[in-house]
Design a protein around this ligand. Sequence first.
Ligand code: GLY
Length: 371
Amino acid sequence: MIAPTVVPVELAGRAYDILIGPGLIEAAGAELKARFPGARYCVITDETVAETHLERLAASLTDADLAFSSIVVTPGEGSKTFETLESVVDGVLSARMERGDLLIALGGGVIGDLVGFASGIVRRGMRFVQVPTTLLSQVDSSVGGKTGINTRHGKNLVGLFHQPALVLADTATLDTLTPRHMRAGYAEVVKYGLIDDAAFFAWLEANSAEIFAGGPARIGAIATSCRAKAQVVRIDETEQGPRALLNLGHTFGHAFETACDYDAERLVHGEAVAIGMVLAHEFSARLNLASPDDAARVKAHLSAVGLPTSIGEIPGGVGSADELMRAIFQDKKVKRGRLTFILTRGIGEAFIADDVVPEQVRDFLEEKLAG
Ligand code: GLY
């Protein structure tokens, strides 16, 4: 196996490493045995990921003489519910996992969020390992300790901050992703360039073909993204300030996902974020904060890799501007009734605006909905 790239997440008392590279599932048993002597494991995954990756992970744990059990849930956002959480917690307790044992989240963002939440509450907190198998989860959701489930009021409204003890991002798993899911994860990679790294954005413009093809640029893009995220998490673990920058494009994006009832046939998270990031740049240009040329450049790059960049591309529509505003106000980015948005002064110059006038957002959305 090629030696993995290691990105440390420096958090006092809860520091951990992100290992990035191909073959980490096969190497997981030896890695875990060295890092957590004497622990037992419960692998939690979904039916789709189980088919592709569970056997190899199980073989690796067995080869390292590690004791483990497994729980397989239904794939999809529909599993981020109290019901599935209860079944996972019940399975973990039935397997007699002790506090010093570890859960392993094998899968994408849904599994990571669900298992992270379960590990945070079982026995008042167990450790867990993220083994993210999608690009989106490798560059975003597996890092930083946000965990949770959805409710009828919105996405991720119940959960906690609970950091993993290790992240094993096996980049070979990305070869099994559909092009659509690869593109969706790529939107979150682009986000790091747009937030504060214009040079990274320019590098992505030049290297996206290689990233999609799976060459060395892919590992580089994932490592740069993880370093950027690790840095933000180090200074603001619980999103009291700058971590909110990671929500660039997410306020609009979550409203579109809500409007689509989280129906992944119509819209997946990364696609919603891609459209949201374009809108955040266009809205910033509308407020004369940024040049419209930057919004056009962002749109051109996302569109060049095949991502949707406008509301009109969401199949089935997203309702009215008022309905979208209701979803925006239910999001976690509202403080005492005021909207917090991530706006920008240009590519790589995102900032937190906590006094956005709701009527301006509404008017902007109405115009965008009209095409
Ligand atoms: N996905 C945004 C964050 O982790 O803060």
